[in-house]
Design a protein around this ligand. Structure first.
Ligand SMILES: [Zn+2]
Ligand SMILES: [Zn+2]
Length: 238
């Protein structure tokens, strides 16, 4: 007899096929499930743009876990600036954001409407305009920085690091203390809400992000000194 989850998944997959009739569900012998087929892209006026052949990998812990999108048709140029790798794996968003999203049920239809379809539509836009529409995450740690800046609603690396560091060492402000961000609000009504989101990111990830943040913040002083030393030696040698 099918488990409750299987039934839910079956309903979800049927819903995907209702919205995207050219996608087929494929159950692999390994027990993994894939979606394969075509997605037609239309703009907001309903005008047809183009069609991508894609594959979506359903995570084994479905509806938790992060689905993955591959572009099979090779319409998207395999260059880093297009947010795709050489195998067609699509960088639909910063992994932190996707992992946070996967703390709630992450249904395939939601993955399609929130990430995969907008990603592909934006690729179609790029093909015409030569750039993406709207906000674009940077690659690698640049994108991670943008993610934290958006989450903390500040550009201030030092403040972000202070919060992450204090979260990892449980040295956060008390609920009634004034928030460190200087908003004039109590912590409870301010950045506590952001800290609750941090709990959804693994500590290993947070530690590695924190050390990356610290690398960005500190190098200016030694770099400047080194630079000055270089300058004096040139001057002295002249
Ligand atoms: Zn990317
Ligand atoms: Zn605050």
């Amino acid at each position: 007899m099918a488990t409750r989850l299987d039934k839910e998944a079956t309903q979800d997959f049927a819903e995907v096929r209702r919205h995207f009739p050219k996608l087929l569900t494929i159950a692999l012998e390994s027990g993994n499930v894939l979606f394969e087929g075509d997605i037609d892209i239309f703009d907001q006026q309903g005008v047809y743009w183009n069609t991508y052949n894609i594959r979506i990998t359903v995570p084994t812990q479905y509806p938790r876990g992060v689905p993955e999108l591959h572009e099979v048709s090779q319409l998207i140029e395999r260059v880093i600036d297009r947010h795709i790798d050489k195998d067609g794996w699509c960088c639909v968003g910063v992994s932190h954001e996707l992992f946070i999203r996967a703390h709630r049920d992450f249904r395939i239809i939601d993955f399609l409407s929130e990430y995969a379809y907008p990603y592909l539509a934006n690729q179609s836009y790029f093909m015409v305009e030569g750039h993406f529409a709207g906000f674009e995450y940077k690659h690698g740690f640049g994108g991670v920085i943008q993610f934290y800046q958006k989450l903390f609603k500040t550009q201030d690396f030092e403040l972000i690091s202070k919060f992450i560091d204090s979260f990892l060492h449980t040295r956060l402000p008390r609920y009634r203390d004034m928030c460190w961000c200087g908003s004039g609000r109590k912590y409870r009504k301010c950045h506590l809400l952001v800290i609750n989101e941090l709990k959804k990111i693994s500590k290993t990830q947070l530690k590695s992000d924190l050390s990356n943040f610290q690398l960005i913040q500190t190098p200016q002083v030694p770099f400047f000194k080194q630079f000055r030393r270089g300058m004096t030696s040139i001057v002295a040698g002249s």
